[in-house]
Design a protein around this ligand. Structure first.
Ligand SMILES: [Zn+2]
Length: 201
């Protein structure tokens, strides 16, 4: 297995967050939920999932005292007790995230709100940098171990309509090259760069 120092790992986590987590929209999402423009029914994983931690020797469930070999890694309970007693996860912040990250967070059991307007991650922690959230570290670690080059140098994910707008800009400015206006020249180069990265070129 490849090893990586904690400080290099943190750099990877920070790059990962910069690339996949777009912006915090807690008050917007809360407002839309409270006005019923967004529906609570569109939030998935609001209840935690039983994650089947295997304990070969068996362990006593803290609720029913039965000895079982599969428990939830967070509560230590057997599946029946876990299902009976589970509480909804508390969402502290709503973050707009890339479609790719939303899928990974969904698989990891994180609350995800998805509707025709977009996709948001319901973050169940607050008051610390996202890059040190357990779920984010877990994802980066998993991809690092699987295939570090591929996973962490993955092309940036740009929204299709943003990409379209940038392509329009490039098309319009291309015949004018070299562009005298420094601001426009800069925007042109940036747009080309983003398109290139988004297409994984
Ligand atoms: Zn039990």
């Amino acid at each position: 297995m490849k090893t990586i120092s904690e400080s290099d790992f943190q750099t990877k986590c920070s790059e990962f967050v910069k690339r996949e987590v777009l912006c915090c929209q807690s008050s917007l999402v809360e407002e839309l939920l409270s006005k019923e423009i967004f529906s609570y029914d569109d939030i998935q994983n609001i209840y935690p999932t039983f994650d089947e931690e295997e304990i070969e020797a068996g362990v006593e469930c803290p609720s029913c005292t039965q000895v079982v070999s599969k428990t939830d890694s967070v509560t230590g309970q057997c599946e029946d007790c876990f299902e009976d007693e589970k509480e909804p996860q508390e969402v502290f912040e709503w973050w707009a995230v890339s479609g790719w990250l939303s899928e990974k967070l969904m698989e990891a059991g994180e609350p995800i709100l998805e509707n025709e307007h977009g996709v948001w991650w319901g973050r169940t922690t607050t008051g610390q940098a996202i890059m040190i959230d357990g779920v984010i570290r877990g994802l980066v670690k998993r991809f690092w171990e699987a295939s570090p080059e591929e996973a962490l140098e993955k092309p940036i994910t740009a929204a299709p309509d943003l990409l379209e707008a940038l392509e329009g800009l490039v098309k319009e400015l291309e015949p004018q090259w070299p562009i005298e206006n420094a601001y426009l020249a800069d925007a042109f180069c940036c747009a080309k760069e983003v398109i290139k990265k988004a297409k994984g070129e």
